[in-house]
Design a protein around this ligand. Sequence first.
Ligand SMILES: [Zn+2]
Length: 563
Amino acid sequence: MKRILAPLLFLTGFVVSAQVANVPTNYFDDPLQVPLALAGTFGELRSNHFHSGLDIKTQQREGLPVYSSAEGYVSRINVSHYGYGKALYIQHPNGYTTVYGHLKNFSPEIEAYIKKLQYQNESYEVEVYPTASEIPVERGELVASSGNTGGSGGPHLHFEIRDGEQRPMNPLMFGIELEDTRAPIVSALFVYPAGEEAHVNGSASRQKLRLIPQQDGSFRAEKIDACGEIGFGITAVDQLNAAPNQNGVYKIESSANGEKLLQVNFEKFSFAETRHLNQLIDYGYYTQNNSRIQKLFVEPSNPLSIYSDMKNEGYLNVQDSLSYNYTIKISDFAGNERIVHVPIEGKHRNDIKEDPSKITDFFVPASTGAQFESNGIDVYIPENSLYQDAYLDVSFEGEKVSLHEDVIPIHSNITIGFDVSKYTPEDREQMFIARLNKWGNPQYSGTTKDGERFTTKTRTFGNYTLGRDVKAPTVTPVNFRDGQWISGNKDLKIKISDDLSGINSYKATVNGKFILMEYEYKKNLLTHDFADGVVTDTENHLKLEVIDNVGNTTIFESTFFRK
Ligand SMILES: [Zn+2]
C-alpha cells in the first residue's frame, strides 16, 4: 500500500531551524499520516538515558498505519517484551537507518516473516537481520501499525533516525516540521559553588535562586554575591503547539558578560555515552525530588559529546569586587528562546557555611573502586563504577546491607554477594537477593546462585537483603473456561502473574504443539492469535507452563473445543 506523497504541512507560523549542516532535509517523511504531535523530543532527559528519537502521538490509540519514512530495506526486526517492544529498522541507501518502535503489528508480509521465525525458535522474543534483498520497502510503503508494546507508557510511535554508525540524530534536523511558537519553560535555577573555597551568599552548598519574570518573557534571578568558581543548573522543558506534553529543549547556551561559557546541543549522541546523562543532571536532586536539573558545567569524568563552545568547563570564576551578568539562553528547535539573567556581585566572605557532606569509613576512590565485607555480605565496587570519589554510608545489620542511598549514580555494575551456607539447598532454591524499595518491600534483583554464595549485580545504591518466594505464578484464563466451545474467539487470553520474584518464562502448547503467545507484561496478559493457524483440531488440550525467577513452576491445563 502506498500513500500519497505530499510534502509535510507547511503553513505560515512554521519555523524551521536552518543552521544544521550536512544532513538531507528532504529525504525522510513523517512515518504517520496524522497531524504531527509529539509526546517526546530528541535528547529529552529520561531515566539513565537521553531519548533517542521522537515519540509521535497516535491519537491515544493503537493501530495507526506506519509508513516507511524513505525507500530502503528492512535490516533488522526485534521483538522484545521490554524496550522498544516490536521494532522495525529500515536501512536507507543514503546510509541512514530509521527505527520504528512499540509497534502493535508489522505489515502482513513482515508479520509472516517474523511469525515463521517465532515458531521455528518457539519464542515470542526474536531478533533478525534480513539481507538487503529480503524485504525491500518503498518510500511511503505501509510497514507496520502503531502500538504500545515494550516499555511504553501509552500508545505512540517511537521514531529514530540513525547515522551510519548507528548514532541517533535529532529527526527534526531532517526537515520534519511541526508547529512550535512557544518558548521553552524554565521552572528553576540553581547555583553550585564548585571550586575550593567558593561560596555563594555565604554558603558552600547548592542553592535554588528565585526567578523574577520580566515583561519581555525573560527571567532575572535574584542578585547573588559570590566568590571563586561557581556553576549553574536549570530545570527547563519545551512545549509544542500541538500537545501539552513537556518535552526536552534543543539547545542551552551560557555566557558571562557576553563571553560564551558553554553550549549544549541535542543533535546527535551515541548509545555508548547515553548513560552519562547522569552526569549532566544533578542525580541526587533527581532521585530525591523527581526533577532534573541540567548542570551547565562539565565535571572531569563527563565525556558527553553534546557540549561545544566550552570555556573553563562552563564554570564562572568570580573575582572579589567585580560584577557579572551571567546569562542562560534556552532554545527549542524552532528557535524560540527563553533567557535567564543572573546578576552576580564578586564578594569574598570569611564566614562560610560549609557543605555538610559527610566523611564516613567507606571511602571509594572512583579510579580504584573498593570492597567491603561484613555479616557474610560482601560489596565489590569495580574501578570507575562511580564518576567521582565518594564517602558511602554503609551499614550491615543481620542479613541486610544498607548501601548508601540512591543519590550517587553508578555507571557500571557493582556486585553484592551473600553467604547462604547456613540455608539448606532446598531453602536456597526459593531464595533470592532483594532490593528493598522505599516502602521496604523486597524487589527481585537478578540473582546468580553458585552453591553457598548468591550474587547480584546492580547499578542502584540502597538496601539489599535475602528474600524468599514460595508461591508459584498464578494463571487465570480470561476469555474461555475448561471444556468450553470457543469457535467464535479470535484469540486465547490468559493472565499470568507472580507475587514476588516475578515471571521468568512461559511456554504454551496445544495438543503437544508449540503455540505462540504474546506477553504484555504491563497487563500481565498472554495472547494467542488463532489466525496463526496452528490450532486446527476440534478438541484442544492446552498446556501452559509459567516459571518465576526462583524456579517455582505452575502448569496450567485446560481443554477447549473449536470448529
Ligand atoms: Zn520514544
